[in-house]
Ligand binder design. Structure first.
Ligand code: TA6
Length: 289
């Protein structure tokens, strides 16, 4: 069901070969989501794009999209027998509803177990993805309803690609003291007060109990995640790895930083008939002197 208030624009549009829905609030903030993967491609605040979407992303409705918010479910990366980062990002989702209350828009997409998912994973489930847009704020919520008679075990992530103007001038704060695993050299440690980026960076952190702050010039982004995600993953491919990724331009690494609400090392177990929910909330502000 699509239910839209008078002041909020809701339009279907194509992006490459993808069917998408764009919602625009009266103040101009907008979000663009593809039905392929329930993939958020764009979030614009005050005329400024907040997400990095690679100009070389493959938009054929079958391939995982490089940028925006890939929804990784029911497996994180290669931590299991399923396709890398699961299959949800490569499946067509159903647009269930678009609702507007005042200056807020709520979009819900769903993916239920079907013949295509059962070939890969025999589990019965219904996943829902809620996109809540208010001025300057985007909240993304994944719900996993175990409709099976056996436990549902999954890992995953909201693999958010944040746009930055220059990765060399980007700082991420708020993880200080949290357990850190560097996936590049398999070294465990503790997070520094300020994370900076001067090469390939692929680390898994124990989630912090408070918000993180991403700073690049005057732009500040605050990130929170529900306690139900145990980890925060921070990833930038750096120049060399970027050059090996065909769906990124050579300088793509300099314009992005992934900060992911994730479940990596130990999976979540959802009992039969139970529902799990996990969210990431992003708040965008521009600092004025
Ligand atoms: O979340 C970080 C990560 O798992 C990295 O190891 C990196 O390979 C990245 O995801 C991208 O994965 P993808 O399958 O989208 O190329």
């Amino acid at each position: 069901m699509v239910l839209v208030g008078a002041d909020v624009a809701c339009a279907s549009e194509r992006y490459g070969d993808l069917s998408c829905q764009r919602i625009t609030l009266p103040g101009g903030d907008s979000v663009l989501v593809a039905l392929h993967g329930a993939h958020v491609l764009s979030w614009i605040v005050g005329g400024v794009e907040q997400f990095y979407l690679s100009p070389r992303a493959v938009l054929d409705g079958r391939t995982a999209i490089r940028g925006g918010v890939p929804l990784c479910f029911p497996q994180f990366n290669q931590r299991g027998p399923l396709p890398r980062h699961g299959f949800a990002r490569n499946m067509p989702w159903d647009l269930q509803s678009v609702e507007v209350r005042g200056n807020a828009a709520h979009i819900t997409l769903a993916l239920a177990a079907n013949a295509a998912t059962r070939v890969i994973w025999p589990q019965s489930f219904i996943a829902a993805f809620n996109i809540d847009l208010t001025p300057g704020v985007l909240r993304l919520t994944l719900s996993v309803n175990n409709t099976d008679s056996i436990p549902l075990v999954f890992s995953g992530a909201l693999h958010t690609y944040l746009a930055v103007s220059d990765i060399a001038r980007t700082q991420l704060m708020g993880l200080e003291g949290q357990a850190q695993w560097d996936a590049l050299n398999d070294v465990h440690g503790v997070a520094a007060p300020v994370l900076t980026f001067d090469g390939e960076f692929d680390r898994v952190y124990a989630a912090a109990p408070h918000a993180l702050t991403l700073r690049c010039g005057p732009r500040v982004l605050t990130l929170e995640q529900s306690e139900t995600w145990s980890h925060t993953v921070v990833w930038n491919p750096g120049a060399e790895r970027c050059a090996q990724l065909s769906d990124l331009p050579p300088d793509g690494y300099a314009q992005m930083l992934c900060v992911e609400a994730a479940q990596v090392t130990e999976p979540v177990t959802v009992g039969a008939g139970e529902v799990w929910q996990g969210w990431q909330r992003l708040v965008s502000t521009i600092e004025t002197c």
